[in-house]
Design a binder for this molecule. Structure first.
Ligand code: NAD
Ligand code: UDX
Length: 480
């Protein structure tokens, strides 16, 4: 029986290993983590992450061939294949701070693998890492453990949160990179055999190590670049009277461009895009390619511009001040169908409005008050360093309240900001909402989910990203 151990029971490690266990009943899969609360949650009825379909998969195999444990060393020692799916956050201090990937967690996992191993192992990079990380890891492993063969593979993960289980069941592709040596090719084949249980072999792409590592950064950069492109267009649409949804549809029907990932928004969020592009920028700079670095940096700059633009629009529309005004924030997660708030644009928008002394009432169906308070108190880039290592932030902030109902968040508010495209925000009773608000009642839709015309008929002043401006907003000072 092949034994797999995955270090890191997070958004990637948990769902990925659960699906491998489900599809490969003869393989024993153990997911280990240093965070005991996370492991306890994986072993309970309340999994630590919200992901549609995940509960069902875990229930089917947990206790049979899927296990979650804090006994990291034991399970690593027993495994034939060790996946490493730990955090690779942006460095917060020292060389490359604010750009380079912090490989502290990766390196400590690698050193531990070297320490406890007594048999040969395939070590799989599941985390997103800078190009050439495999080489560094190989050195750590081989220099610390003579006589044991470690073969490194790169197997980056392409799942998106909110659709992780569907993505894992039917991936566009699985990418495996390895050394072009007999041992490297043998290891690739071993991992290919695992995925071939359910992924058609023509969708399992095999490359060299460096191509696999770079492909992951490149894929995220290309995806984020599409969003920044359409968001840049959204600003121009507002200035000219064009409608960004119509523009997206028109360009997306060109088969060379394609329709996906062209939804204008308040900005992209999530744990990957910004971090991975900054990492790419740093790698370009280190390789003496400043023009390439600057090109990708622009994707982040436009994303920051979009978030600032949204805040400026809210403030300028409401008579140039939101001081003391109640603003309802609908949605805090970085996208629907997840409770994940890492790099969510809601954080920057809330901080911007708090800077102008607004009073915020926040509602998200999947995000707790504790998480929101923590996020609003955290410094840039601190979020991706394992939560159990972070001090708890202060819990009282009189400018912010967190509630468990959209209507309660909205009651007596001067304005509503829609930050996440949860389906329930499309279907609110907007007549009732309007009646319960201060007048004039504003809606700022950062996800283009509301029916703008219907809301204007009810009496709202509506701003929706990239849509023709409300006559009210046209008369307000220009937004930079
Ligand atoms: P996460 O924070 O949810 O999980 C990482 C886990 O690793 C944490 O639970 C942490 O406690 C644990 N950990 C850290 N150091 C450890 C150690 N030495 N030993 C044991 N456990 C340790 O992160 P994630 O979202 O699952 O991302 C993991 C990696 O996958 C990152 O490199 C990320 O860029 C990449 N990735 C993430 C996504 C995504 O959608 N979240 C998608 C593709 C790739
Ligand atoms: C992303 C990649 O899609 C995935 O392949 C990779 O493995 C991890 O990073 P994720 O961050 O989970 O996945 O979600 P994604 O669906 O890519 O959305 C990222 C952000 O972009 C979200 O804030 C989302 O709301 C935003 N977005 C997405 C837009 O603003 N417009 C779009 O058209 C698509």
């Amino acid at each position: 029986m092949v034994k797999i151990c995955c270090i890191g029971a997070g958004y990637v490690g948990g769902p990925t290993m659960a699906v491998i266990a489900l599809k490969c009943p003869e393989i024993e899969v153990v997911v280990v983590d240093i965070a005991a609360p996370r492991i306890n949650a994986w072993n309970s009825d309340h999994l630590p992450i919200y992901e549609p379909g995940l509960d069902d998969v875990v229930k089917q195999c947990r206790g049979k061939n899927l296990f979650f444990s804090i006994d990291v060393e034991k399970h690593v020692a027993e495994a034939d294949i060790v996946f490493v799916s730990v955090n690779t956050p942006t460095k917060t201090q020292g060389l490359g701070a604010g750009k380079a990937a912090d490989l502290t967690y990766w390196e400590s996992a690698a050193r531990m693998i070297a320490d406890v191993s007594k048999t040969d192992k395939i070590v799989v990079e599941k985390s997103t890492v800078p190009v050439k990380t495999a080489e560094a890891i190989e050195r750590i492993l081989t220099h610390n453990r003579k006589g044991i063969n470690f073969t490194i593979l790169s197997n980056p993960e392409f799942l998106a949160e909110g659709t992780a289980i569907a993505d894992l069941f039917k991936p566009d592709r699985v990418l495996i990179g390895g050394r072009e040596t007999p041992e490297g090719q043998k290891a690739i084949q071993a991992l290919k055999n695992v995925y071939a249980h359910w992924v058609p072999v023509d969708r399992i792409l095999c490359t060299n190590l460096w191509s696999a590592e770079l492909s992951k950064l490149a894929a995220n950069a290309f995806l984020a670049q599409r969003i920044s492109s359409v968001n840049a267009m959204s600003a121009l649409c507002e200035a000219t009277g064009a409608d960004v949804s119509q523009v997206s549809h028109s360009i997306g029907t060109d088969s060379r461009i394609g329709p996906k990932f062209l939804n204008a928004s308040v900005g992209f969020g999530g744990s990957c895009f910004q971090k991975d592009i900054l990492n790419l920028v740093y790698i370009c700079e280190c390789n003496g390619l400043p023009e390439v670095a600057n090109y990708w940096k622009q994707v982040i700059k436009v994303n920051d511009y979009q978030k600032n633009r949204f805040v400026n629009r809210v403030v300028s529309s409401m008579f140039n001040t939101v001081s003391g005004k109640k603003i309802a924030i609908l949605g805090f997660a970085f996208k629907k169908d997840t409770g994940d708030t890492r790099e969510t644009p809601a954080i920057d928008v809330c901080k911007g409005l708090l800077g102008d002394k607004a009073k915020l009432s926040i509602y998200d169906p999947q995000v707790s008050e504790d998480q929101i308070t923590r996020d609003l108190a955290m410094k840039k880039f601190d979020w991706d360093h394992p939560a159990h290592l972070q001090p708890l932030s202060p819990t009282s902030n009189k400018q912010v309240s967190v509630v468990w109902d959209a209507y309660e968040a909205i009651k007596d508010a001067h304005g509503i900001c829609i930050m996440t495209e949860w389906d329930e925000f499309k279907n609110l009773d907007y007549k009732k909402v309007h009646d319960s608000m201060q007048k004039p009642a504003f809606v700022f839709d950062g996800r283009n989910v509301v029916d703008v015309n219907k809301l204007r008929e009810i009496g709202f002043i509506v701003y929706s990203i990239g849509k023709p401006l409300d006559p009210w907003l046209k008369d307000m000072p220009a937004v930079a």
